[in-house]
Design a protein around this ligand. Structure first.
Ligand code: A2P
Length: 279
């Protein structure tokens, strides 16, 4: 029977993913176990890591120490760029699972499309094999642009469950969200708080005051109401807990529109069409 989380987003393979997770990009390895433990204590049931973050062990230790049943925690990791290709992917998956201390992963993502390397189709075929073996429940991608998604679907016949992309009010990703809706791909937002840069914006401060919430809570709520899966990062236990306290208020249509007016196209991370970094 499919597991259910509340609140959650239903994926195209019938599984559900908790709508809010803790992101651990830029969380130092030594701080990761503590941050993830704080999140699980605060009610999070979803943790998003990657081989490239160097902190899968800390995630695994916190999950093991939580006392939660394996099925009650949703763990995501990502295949690093240097490992793209069929056989290399299978080996990299084993290495990640050893570090996480898990025998089944909830969601595996291709971290970047790496268009110059041109190996994401073979990589995704290896993902499909891992899913057939029951070692991973859902498979998806990260940082894929529309042309990468269409190439992948045409070549494999499999629609990724998720595309995790840079998404915040400055870069709301209209075109990709439309393609996701057309193909049936869930949108997941990384750097959902603009890496913290948006939190002092006057529009968000005003909305926060109106709702008796923090700017971060307003932003996380904006993502939830758009239907995004959202993975705010923090290493601070109070901020971790407060970022999860977002289910007792609602932004109006007008609030959503004023946040949308912050759009200016700013991209904080690399451009996926030209990013081919393997280091
Ligand atoms: P810290 O880890 O010290 O809490 P994003 O998820 O968009 O990448 O943003 C992460 C950044 O936002 C980090 O610098 C994090 O710092 C900061 N941050 C996360 N939650 C909050 C919050 N509730 N209030 C203030 N800063 C926050």
């Amino acid at each position: 029977m499919a597991r259910s989380f509340d609140p959650s987003v239903t994926l195209n393979d019938g599984n559900s993913i908790p709508a809010v997770g803790l992101g651990v990009w830029q969380t130092p390895a030594d701080d990761t176990e503590r941050a993830v433990s704080a999140a699980l204590s605060a009610g999070y049931r979803h943790v998003d890591t990657a081989a490239a973050y160097g902190n899968e062990e800390g995630v695994g230790r916190a999950v093991a120490a939580s006392g939660l049943q394996r099925d009650d925690v949703y763990v995501v990791t990502k295949l690093w760029n240097s490992e793209q290709g069929y056989d290399t992917t299978l080996r990299a998956f084993d290495a990640s699972m050893t570090k996480l201390g898990l025998d089944r992963l909830d969601l595996y993502l291709i971290h970047w499309p790496m268009p110059e390397v041109n190996a994401f189709v073979d990589t995704f075929k290896a993902f499909a094999h891992l899913r057939e073996q029951g070692r991973v429940t859902s498979i998806g991608v990260s940082n894929f642009e529309p042309e990468h998604l269409r190439t992948l679907v045409d070549a494999t016949g499999i629609v990724p469950a998720v595309n995790q992309i840079e998404l915040h009010p400055l870069l709301p990703q209209h075109e990709l969200r439309e393609v996701h809706a057309e193909l049936g791909i869930a949108t997941e937002a990384w750097s959902p708080l603009g890496q913290g840069s948006l939190l002092s914006h006057a529009t968000l401060a005003d909305l926060a005051a109106t709702h008796g919430k923090t700017p971060a809570q307003v932003l996380i709520r904006w993502h939830i109401q758009l239907g995004n899966i959202v993975i705010p990062k923090s290493v601070n236990p109070e901020r971790i807990a407060s970022n999860f306290d977002v289910f007792d208020f609602e932004l109006s249509e007008q609030d959503m529109t004023s946040i949308a007016s912050l759009e200016d196209g700013t991209r904080l991370g690399p451009d996926p069409r030209t990013f081919n970094f393997k280091g």
